[in-house]
Design a protein around this ligand. Structure first.
Ligand SMILES: Cc1cc2nc3c(=O)[nH]c(=O)nc-3n(C[C@H](O)[C@H](O)[C@H](O)COP(=O)(O)OP(=O)(O)OC[C@H]3O[C@@H](n4cnc5c(N)ncnc54)[C@H](O)[C@@H]3O)c2cc1C
Length: 443
């Protein structure tokens, strides 16, 4: 519990809203962790003592100093769309909403690099970039609701990963403005190499107030739906598209049982295994050619920007899981990089798990190489069954990114990143930022 002295000191900070209503404490202590029955059980009781929303970097500095002096945990929150309880306050204390720090500070006319405050929504940032002939390289399927700070601190990749890999690949994050959690907090400007330790660290080792990112030239992405004669031709066609000399922004492969359960919107009706593609205008004819050779049918929906309402992006990445869970909440999911050749692995697992495992694949660039990742839908049959499935996937060569664990390391590659831990010692020596999420700091 917070002391009265801490509470009144918070209310005295200029440019800081303080929220104490039970509904607010409940709402801002949760994220989208309920996709995982394991995390749902573990996190149900976690509550902040107070929620604050700063309007300026100065107010952030004052909150950080207060938390340090009073020994109170501080957990940062963008839009709270993370899936692993990343912004759930495990040890209560203060939850700080970063959503009012949202201005785009600068777009470099020569390089296209953008410097933006952490709470800017990805959709707003991308709109400003497009007006300057640029666009975001990577975005999650939650791009309409998520913040750029939350994406860097909690996300990994998504739409664009087929071309640009993942957020932690060198070249995406070029710099950070960071507030430390010390008696007299510092506001630091970190270069690209120093910033890497805070990239995907769940806000455990510094408060990001602004970031500089590389961007890409704007392309009028074309939406293509490709219905395939069977599962193996769908996977092979996806591999061909990823290897072709075309600009791809998204390459999703869905087995027919997933397609049937997604919203239909204005898409062609189909009970077939399907690819959802975003490609540059000059790539449309090549996809047609590759698809025809595979016996598949292409529907060109037109330019993404001209289509109003829901786009293909909102059917992919973890939005696929969202839509299936809206129909039947007993679906959960896994995340993995597939071993090669993919088809044998996919067929083996399907044979073992039947309709309890539905395949959803995404084309990605992993360390410079085109690969297929998977976010399969998994019917929840209890924690023991989930562990068995994970073990089978690992035994057959998949690299699992487990969405049912709380720590940075558990959800990532499973190893402690010494630079992340060193940054925590430097910028949060008392271990108050989002405690319990950086395994390497507690071990
Ligand atoms: C349906 C669905 C689809 C999704 N698809 C994708 C996807 O395609 N790719 C992907 O990577 N993720 C995906 N996600 C996860 C999530 O939506 C994204 O990672 C998103 O970018 C998180 O942004 P946010 O603002 O909601 O962050 P939050 O959930 O609020 O925070 C995420 C983490 O960042 C920390 N944080 C927030 N702001 C700051 C800050 N200013 N300084 C330091 N730390 C901070 C928080 O403490 C937390 O640990 C998906 C989630 C859902 C529910």
């Amino acid at each position: 519990m917070l002391t009265d002295a801490m509470r009144s000191a918070l209310t005295a900070i200029p440019g800081l809203s303080v929220l104490t209503e039970p509904d607010d404490l409940e709402r801002y202590s949760r994220d989208a962790y309920d996709y995982s029955p394991v995390l749902r059980e573990r996190l149900a009781e976690c509550r902040a003592d107070v929620v604050v929303r700063p309007d300026s970097v100065d107010a952030v500095v004052q909150v950080a100093g207060l938390c340090h002096r009073h020994g109170v945990p501080l957990t940062l929150r963008g839009s709270g769309t993370g899936n692993y309880g990343q912004c759930v306050p495990l040890e209560a204390g203060v939850v700080m909403l970063m959503s009012h720090l949202r201005s785009v500070r600068a777009i470099d006319p020569d390089t296209g690099d953008v410097t933006v405050e952490c709470g800017c929504l990805l959709k707003d940032l991308n709109r400003d970039l497009v007006a300057k002939g640029r666009q975001l390289r990577l975005m999650p399927s939650t791009w309409r609701s998520a913040t750029i700070g939350g994406f860097i601190a909690g996300g990994s990749g998504g739409i664009g990963s087929v071309r640009w890999g993942f957020l932690r690949d060198p070249g995406h994050l070029l710099g950070l403005e960071v507030v430390t959690l010390e008696p007299e907090p510092r506001v630091l400007q970190l270069e690209a190499s120093e910033a890497e330790a805070l990239n995907h660290a769940y806000g455990t080792n510094g408060i990001i107030t602004a970031l500089t990112l590389a961007t890409a030239p704007n392309i009028a992405w074309q939406e293509l739906v490709v219905d395939c004669p069977d599962w193996s031709s769908a996977v092979e066609l996806a591999r061909h598209c990823c290897a072709a000399a075309i600009d791809l922004h998204l390459c999703t492969v869905l087995e027919a049982a997933v397609v049937e359960q997604l919203p239909q919107w204005d898409l062609p009706v189909s009970a077939k295994d399907r690819l959802l593609l975003l490609v540059s205008p000059d790539a449309v004819s090549t996809v047609h050619r590759l698809a025809t050779a595979a016996g598949a049918a292409v529907t060109h929906l037109g330019s993404e920007a001209d289509r109003h309402g829901n786009g293909l992006k909102e059917l992919t990445w973890n939005h696929t899981t969202l839509h299936l869970r809206q129909r039947d909440s007993s679906w959960t999911y896994l995340q993995m990089l597939l071993p090669q050749p993919e088809l044998a692995f996919l067929d083996n697992l399907k044979q073992a798990w039947g309709d309890d495992l539905l395949w959803h694949l995404e084309g990605v660039r992993q360390q410079g190489t085109q690969r297929l990742a998977a976010l399969p839908l998994v019917r929840w049959r209890g924690a023991e069954a989930l562990e068995r499935l994970i073990q089978q996937c690992r035994d057959q060569g998949a690299l699992i990114f487990n969405p049912h664990v709380l720590t940075v390391e558990g959800g990532g590659l499973g190893v402690i990143d010494g630079d992340q831990v060193a940054a925590k010692h430097n910028f949060d020596p008392a271990g108050l930022l989002n405690p319990g999420k950086l395994g390497g700091f507690n071990s």
